[in-house]
Write a protein that binds this ligand. Structure first.
Ligand code: P53
Length: 478
């Protein structure tokens, strides 16, 4: 057996509809949760406002106006040699309120055109169904995923787009970073994952999170089942954020804490890949009276709707230490997170750890034995445009080079089956966490600032030519 990068490896890039499309009210689109999020900054959280307020700035409303620029942008992706392009379908373009019976034809038509444009260059679309963009009406009327009816609305949406694009799209993912909400103390993560907009000290927040997550997992499994009926060749994955949790020391209690922290963060993938809740979670949920609404039928659905592959994002590792010699916990809060003295961090404080990606790939292979797709990875950094319109982003090249090398080591030396790599924000876009434009990930620079000023013009960075060479040599020349 030869362990090397497959010839048909899916090199590409990743984005999400709400972070680049803009045109938030065009083509009949309704507002989504992303449309009520203001701009934050490094260390300043985004606010989630009640409805849209006239005196506030919402960076996703216009974003980089991909809605009107997509032919030009996809042409640039093709020039880099992309084999695939990961984006999401904005749910509120297809169902502006989320609970309608009939879809919005203008929204469907936009993605017909977008996918046709991709295929013109032999680029395979890789589509996330729900990427932090639940229709806002579902948040207001039903309180987001706390309501079981959301399962029906989501499955209806999935069915409509699976049918419409059954010959245009082969690779799908259900919920983006479904496990972010594991940290239920973060308002932002609860809102983006589950449309749960709660007060900081809501005593129900942990219970709401586990119940909402359960409904999402059932909806995900139903979507997998329906998708395979519509086209048996569909490859439908889950999508988790993979942040390996390292023990701070070799003290047994720290090691055990790190193990518990991993359990608390990755059980979502156990359910989606293996079809059942792991026993440690059943024990935890029972002991804490959480997730009380689970039916026998739900359990069958979960078993029948397991995913074909594991999609995951990897940006960094984290390091944890036991609190007061007590590793039992609900969730690892900031007090347990330690700085890792062996790692440098990005300007936004995210540790940089390429070997952590190889660790993550090995860990996921050990647990699930399914094909893996790295659907996000990258460095958010400030870029400077020189007088002659160049962007010398050697820091971004260094980050990506080290991570691709770690991925290749995992494939070649550890035998891990990786089918694709789509670095995040292949064109500069609005940061999910901060709402900034200045936290840039792209190979393509977009002239737009944190207040929404700029021409919107696209420029190729040095990393554009570097990634072009990586794809051309199938990862041999880094
Ligand atoms: P930004 C939290 C933790 C890890 C990844 O993030 C996260 C988040 C939410 O911010 O988001 C993923 O833009 C997500 C993308 C996001 C990207 O990582 O905060 O799937 O939508 O843009 C990078 O720097």
């Amino acid at each position: 057996m030869k362990f090397s990068i497959p010839k048909d490896f899916l090199w590409g890039g990743a984005v999400a509809a709400h972070q680049l499309e803009g045109a938030w009210q065009e083509g009949g689109k309704g507002p989504s949760i992303a449309d009520v999020m203001t701009a934050g900054a490094n260390g300043v959280s985004r606010q989630i406002t009640k409805g849209i307020q006239a005196d506030k700035y919402y960076p996703n409303h216009e974003a980089i106006d991909f809605y009107h620029h997509y032919p030009e942008d996809i042409k640039l992706f093709a020039e880099m040699g992309f084999k695939c392009f990961r984006t999401s379908i904005a749910w509120a373009r297809i169902f502006p309120r989320g609970d309608e019976a009939e879809p919005n034809e203008a929204g469907l038509h936009f993605y017909d055109k977008l996918f046709a444009e991709c295929h013109k260059y032999g680029i395979e679309p890789v589509i996330t169904l729900s990427h932090f963009e639940i229709p806002y009406h579902l948040v207001e009327k039903y309180g987001g995923w706390r309501d079981r009816q959301l399962i029906d609305f989501f499955v209806h949406f999935a069915t409509v787009v699976f049918k419409r694009y059954r010959h245009q799209v082969k690779y799908w993912m259900t919920f983006n970073e479904i496990n972010n909400q594991t940290d239920y103390t973060e308002r932002f993560l609860m809102a983006t994952d589950s449309g749960l907009v709660l007060d900081d000290d809501d005593p129900q927040r942990e219970a709401l999170m586990y119940q909402a997550a359960h409904y999402e997992l059932v909806a995900s499994a139903l979507a997998v089942k329906v998708g395979h009926q519509i086209n048996p060749n569909f490859e439908i994955g889950c999508m988790i954020n993979m942040t390996p949790l390292y023990p701070a020391t070799s003290k047994p209690v720290d090691i055990f804490q790190a193990q518990k922290a991993m359990q608390r963060r990755y059980w979502f993938a156990d359910v989606q890949a293996l079809g059942t809740y792991p026993r440690h979670m059943e024990a935890f949920l029972a002991a804490n009276n959480l997730r009380d609404d689970i039916t026998a039928e739900d359990r069958i659905t979960l078993r029948e709707g397991t995913v074909d592959y594991i999609g995951f994002s990897y940006y960094n590792s984290m390091t944890v230490a036991a609190q007061k010699d007590n590793p039992e916990f609900h969730f690892v809060g900031p007090e347990a997170i330690q700085e890792n003295p062996y790692l440098k961090a990005s300007d936004w404080g995210w540790p940089i750890d390429p070997l952590g990606l190889r660790f993550a790939l090995n860990w996921l292979e050990d647990h699930y034995h399914k094909p893996l797709m790295i659907v996000e990875n990258g460095l958010g950094a400030k870029d400077e445009v020189t007088a002659d319109k160049q962007i010398h982003d050697d820091y971004r090249i260094a980050y990506l080079k080290a991570h691709i090398q770690a991925m290749e080591d995992a494939i070649e030396k550890d035998g891990v089956p990786v089918i694709g790599y789509t670095p995040w924000g292949c064109i500069d876009l609005v940061s999910a966490g901060t709402g900034q434009m200045s936290k840039r990930y792209g190979f393509i620079y977009v002239d737009r600032d944190d207040q929404g000023n700029g021409t919107g013009k696209r420029l190729k960075k040095d990393s554009f030519y570097w990634y072009q060479k990586v794809i051309k040599t199938n990862g041999q020349d880094l």
